[in-house]
Write a protein that binds this ligand. Structure first.
Ligand code: ZN
Ligand code: ZN
Ligand code: ZN
Length: 185
């Protein structure tokens, strides 16, 4: 029995074997030839996909410096562009959904908290302004009502006076007429 093994290895620059393909040819001496093909691949430490090519390998995660990414799982922080492995990437929901690193996530959350606080203050301020404007409008209305009332009172007083004056004038006229009548009578 004879055995021939052919092996194809793919290694990265540091010599780490990424994948190996082997073909085993066996001849049992009775005219039977068997070919067995075996394929072995390294795994991406981040997403566990098999790596068959050095081209698929990307650098280490910029955050944990532990896991190495592949072309399928490599992600970058939308804010600082750090390379992120599957363990270190985080999602942040602001106006849109973003992939970010843990450092940027903390900053974004702080910024959002500040913005929420400012917004709440602005809303409270606007509500207060509205209330004050409403109060001022009510005061102006009250003043106008009071002015109209005073004017009405003045007018009625004037009317009364005019009436009394007319009466007095009339009485004087009558007295004068009476006196004249007595003198010439
Ligand atoms: Zn990481
Ligand atoms: Zn991967
Ligand atoms: Zn970041």
């Amino acid at each position: 029995m004879r055995r021939i093994t052919k092996r194809f290895l793919t290694a990265d620059r540091s010599g780490r074997v990424l994948s190996s393909n082997s073909e085993r040819l066996t001849d049992d001496g009775r005219g039977h030839l068997n070919v067995t093909t075996r394929r072995m691949a390294a795994w991406c430490s981040s997403c566990h996909r098999p790596l068959t090519d050095t081209e698929q390998r990307r650098g280490r995660c910029d955050y944990c410096r532990r896991l190495t990414c592949c072309d399928a799982c490599e992600t970058r922080c939308s804010v600082c562009s750090r390379r992120l492995c599957g363990d270190c990437r985080r999602g942040f929901v602001g106006q849109t959904w973003m992939t970010v690193c843990p450092i940027c996530l903390v900053r974004l959350r702080q910024r959002q908290a500040v913005q929420d606080h400012l917004h709440a203050r602005k809303v409270a301020f606007e509500r207060q302004m509205l209330r004050q404007r409403e109060l001022a409008r009510l005061q102006a209305l009250n003043l106008q009502v009071a002015r109209i009332r005073v004017m009405a009172q003045l007018q009625s007083a004037r009317l009364r006076t005019t009436g009394q004056l007319a009466l007095i004038r009339e009485m004087n006229r009558l007295k004068l007429a009476l006196a004249r009548a007595y003198r010439y009578g």
